[in-house]
Write a protein that binds this ligand. Structure first.
Ligand code: FES
Ligand code: FES
Length: 177
């Protein structure tokens, strides 16, 4: 081994304060560690999937401060002070299953399911900011999520059903208020 290789010292891990699925956390991570690896390998949150690891497929998508990001490209230190929501958090917030997840189930929005957590994160991020998106806006929101199984028909139907259900829920809440 060359001397120059021997002299490389790994940078020390540092403590990153953040919120994960509504719970305050402190992640002790080295500077080069990706968020996806922290979630899956350190925290056993395996909902975000490891696939291309170069930002092409969206299987690893999570929300950071409400914005969908590829966790395979996000350095953990970039999440300092931020709020991270994974697919586990989406289910927990809904008390078991989110209406978007139910719509995917009912409309056949998945086959192998590997892309589905990332798809649902992207749909949730879209609908939380824009409850009544156009078809073009839906396509744009899902442009970073690749599905190799479904042909997208079931996914599009699921998104439309989720939009309808969310509207109905909003209207019935408004009537109650
Ligand atoms: S695994 Fe992150 S985009 Fe494919
Ligand atoms: S359901 Fe298999 S990749 Fe989308």
């Amino acid at each position: 081994m060359k001397d120059s290789a021997k002299s490389v010292t790994p940078l020390a891990a540092s403590s990153i304060p953040c919120t994960i699925n509504g719970h305050e956390a402190s992640l002790n991570v080295p500077p080069a560690k990706r968020l996806l690896h922290v979630l899956r390998d350190d925290l056993a949150m395996t909902g975000a999937k490891r696939s291309c690891e170069i930002g092409r497929c969206g299987a690893c998508m999570v929300m950071v401060d409400g914005v969908p990001v590829n966790s395979c490209l996000t350095m953990a230190y970039q999440c300092s002070g931020k709020s991270i929501t994974t697919i586990e958090g989406v289910s927990a917030q809904a008390g078991g299953i989110d209406p978007i997840q139910r719509a995917f189930l009912e409309e056949g929005g998945f086959q192998c399911g590997y892309c589905t957590p990332g798809m649902i994160i992207s749909v949730k991020a879209l609908l939380d900011h824009n409850p009544d998106p156009t078809s073009l806006e839906i396509e744009e929101a899902l442009s970073g999520n690749i599905c190799r199984c479904t042909g997208y028909g079931g996914i599009k139907r699921a998104v439309q059903k989720a939009i309808e259900w969310r509207k109905e829920a909003y209207e019935s809440e408004s009537i109650r208020d």
